[in-house]
Write a protein that binds this ligand. Sequence first.
Ligand SMILES: [Zn+2]
Length: 123
Amino acid sequence: MQINFKRYALYLLRWQASTPILAGVGILLAGMGYIVAAIIANLIGGLIFFWVDQFIFTSQSLATQWEVRENITCVDCGKIARGYRLVRAGDYDKSNDPVPEFRCEECSKKKSETLRNKGIKIE
Ligand SMILES: [Zn+2]
């Protein structure tokens, strides 16, 4: 299993964000009993964090993004083939590259390995 550390860090932060809700509602509703207060606090947390969690686990802005195009000329070997281009991975961001470089599958794998060796995490 590969861990996306950006998602993991956000997920840990999101758990911290639920702390004040749990504590605040717990204090406000303590008179109703701790169990009832915890149930209501978790209900409020669930209503909010369902959406936050959905973003954390499905957002493409946190994921590795590839662009695939048919019939490109590979910038490395010149072969005309289906082309791949890494758009975004971690801090690597070529989403606004004015001259996007596409590579054939074979050269793309080599390039990915080079980027991995530079410390770029490609999922
Ligand atoms: Zn190639």
